[in-house]
Design a protein around this ligand. Structure first.
Ligand SMILES: Nc1ncnc2c1ncn2[C@@H]1O[C@H](COP(=O)(O)OP(=O)(O)O)[C@@H](O)[C@H]1O
Ligand SMILES: Cc1ncc(COP(=O)(O)O)c(N)n1
Length: 274
């Protein structure tokens, strides 16, 4: 047997199993990629929200990256909840040691998670600068939602036409590619995301389903992209494939608990068998 491609998520855990590194690992599995983790924080979380956070020491986050990169190897990496500037800087130093990120050539997807869907913060406000000015320039791809765009750039995108301005503003921080996610666009009958490389903008059309169960959608999208990059896909192909994956995941989203349920990562491996 040969080993499958490998991908690393640097993210927080979600005890409810819907978002964060749990969603990332399930997506890696569904995409046929061996998933690895550098846990940044343990969240006490369910479908109604986040009621506690314990941060993992920054040096332990870096040590997890060192451990897997030096032994197993990382085909592609993604970030989720990073919690603090200290963690971001320790992570970037570890990524440097192992060629993860732009110049090292191992694809590096930075999902700038700032808050949970339910509103609780997952990133210290004083870590925004580290994310923008130190993590983004290292990224192959940055994947903000519209709330994160607002926080990072001040741009309040309200229509599809505003997405290009948002993409340009994020691109100015130095990543190779930017993907603006449109799930939070008010009053749009579709979910048309936008991929931008500094010159050309590629719209990624998709339906908008009338479901409230979208917990973990952004994590699943970024993980499906990361899995495809680990398999050697180009960024546009990985993003197009990731969009198909997350759209099907939202289509099959299921209710869970008393709050917001997760998007489904079951559909590819065992459609509706549960
Ligand atoms: N109701 C929906 N129907 C179909 N696709 C959706 C829906 N909500 C979000 N998506 C898609 O899921 C992905 C994640 O989007 P978004 O919700 O903006 O990010 P996040 O989960 O990070 O807040 C995007 O491709 C978006 O277009
Ligand atoms: C540990 C962790 N990471 C990321 C998210 C964001 O996911 P969502 O925006 O769907 O709440 C989360 N809720 N928890």
């Amino acid at each position: 047997m040969t080993a499958p491609p490998t991908a690393l998520t640097i993210a927080g855990s979600d005890s409810g199993g819907s978002a964060g590194m749990h969603a990332d690992l399930r997506t890696f599995f569904a995409c046929g990629v061996h998933g690895m983790t550098a846990v940044t924080a343990v969240t006490v979380q369910n479908t109604t929200g986040v009621s506690g956070v314990v941060e993992v020491p920054a040096e332990t986050v870096a040590a997890q990256i060192d451990a897997v990169a030096s032994d197993i190897g990382v085909g592609a990496a993604k970030t989720g909840m990073l919690a603090s500037a200290a963690t971001i800087d320790a992570m970037l130093a570890a990524c440097d040691r192992h060629g993860i990120g732009r110049d090292g050539r191992t694809p590096f997807v930075v999902d700038p998670v700032a808050a949970a869907r339910s509103g609780e913060p997952l990133l210290h406000p004083d870590a925004l600068d580290a994310l923008r000015n130190r993590a983004f320039p290292r990224a192959t791809l940055v994947t903000p939602n519209l709330d994160e765009v607002r926080l990072l750039t001040g741009i309040d995108a309200r229509t599809r036409d505003d997405l290009l301005d948002a993409a340009k503003a994020i691109y100015d921080f130095g990543p190779e590619w930017v993907l603006i996610k449109s799930g939070h666009l008010p009053d749009d009958p579709e979910c048309v995301d936008l991929l931008f490389d500094g010159t050309a903008a590629l719209p990624l059309p998709g339906p908008r389903y009338a479901t409230e169960h979208t917990h973990g959608a952004g994590d699943v999208f970024a993980s499906a992209i990361t899995a495809a990059l680990a398999k050697g896909a180009s960024v546009p192909d990985a993003v197009r494939g990731g969009k198909r994956f997350v759209t099907r995941s939202v289509a099959d989203a299921y209710p869970l608990g008393s709050g917001v349920g997760p998007v489904s990562t079951f559909w590819r491996i065992s459609p509706r068998s549960y």
